[in-house]
Design a protein around this ligand. Sequence first.
Ligand code: NAD
Length: 459
Amino acid sequence: MKICMIGAGYVGLVSAACFSDFGWVVTCVDKDPDRLADLKAGRSPIYEPGLEALMDRNIKAGRLLFTDKLGPAVADADVVFLAVGTPMRRGDGYADLSYVFSAVEDAAPHFQDFTVVTTKSTVPVGTSREIERRLKAKRPDADVAVCSNPEFLREGSAIQDFTHPDRVLVGTDDERAREVMARLYKPLALRGSPVMFVERESAELAKYAANAFLALKISFINEIADLCENLGADVQEVASAIGRDRRIGDKFLHPGPGYGGSCFPKDVSALIRTAREAKSPVSIIEQVERVNHERKLAMAIRIEEAAGGSVRGKTIAVLGLTFKPNTDDMRDAPSLVIVPMLQERGATIRACDPQGRRQAEPLLPGLTWCENANEAAEGADILVVLTEWNEFRALDLEGIRNLMGGRTVVDLRNAFDADRARDLGFDYSGIGRGKAAPGELDAKNRAGRPGAHPVQAAK
Ligand code: NAD
């Protein structure tokens, strides 16, 4: 089977590499000349564990190809995937479909035999039908079937997610497309991953509903974490207890500085707009978006309060800037809100990130970049963990203490052992680790947080 993958970013490149590893011949088409130069040299333009080795194997086997020439790749393909970006549209929060439609327009003249066109990009309900309409208008003679095949992989574990999915979801009402897609995913079906065939609208909406639900879970545990602090409970214990309930599940119950990344913020926003337009507002998801926005601001205020009420003139070591570990992706990372807010309030930032510097540097001006956590900690008054890379979890805290000028640690990912940090003399605060009895909590942890209420011990 021959595949044309339009867009060789996080989703397109990982999908292409994995499909080629199944034995299919995949040609990736991308418009970005720098990205293409990397790919042609066998280098991954993104950081994703295991990806370069997978690319290397399949490039050498002649199954994974890269080009900027769309025509021949489309003409030769049994399946054309659209894996281009669908960022949040400026101004109104809808999904920006201009990349999708422009790829469709570019591909239209080149279809030859029966071809399945399928969106891997996350697109609002109705997009497959609109693609079909545009293709029919431009190429009434083309024998194409348009499917929806949303992707559920996570950055940082993308290859494992793609090759061991909980399900593969295909939205189609075309029998020939169904056969092609079933053959395409047969290697996964044989390993036990269900391949579900549904209506196109269901597939499109399922992707948004999944991301909105996961965003809700994160916002939920973030609010429970705040409550833990105010009531003297420990959120790790609470999350672990509720997570064992199979009706709830233990994933996405890690409190932190708010969700970010390339998907949740834009997909939550797009779902809200779609739902309002359909006159069926998703008020619970609207609340999630608001809570998450406030969360990021509250984290900056929390750092300020931990610093004694002001960060003016203070040096802050920030560990981790990417939206999560094991990726270099900075899209909508909480650091993009928190770090500038600290800078505006007069702090000097010394930052490090194992993979994120190249992408973060243009987005976060005015930082002092450090090679590692030890260098960042040198002379710092405050140390903040923003992203829980493994190498931060394993830090020699005693060494860090000796390098720092101050003793304040604000651990927004609960990456450190709180007891050990306190034993070493740090003034340590994590998230949701309120071990004190109600009413005894350190007020500085709560002050200024939007939505924070004083403990009402009498109730
Ligand atoms: P990305 O920005 O990393 O990659 C998009 C690529 O498409 C870029 O390399 C760009 O140069 C290329 N491109 C744009 N227009 C093109 C065109 N007309 N022809 C050829 N190439 C073109 O985006 P991504 O993170 O891979 O996301 C792609 C889609 O997948 C989005 O809709 C996203 O919501 C969805 N998705 C992303 C993830 C994730 O974790 N990143 C997970 C699931 C779904």
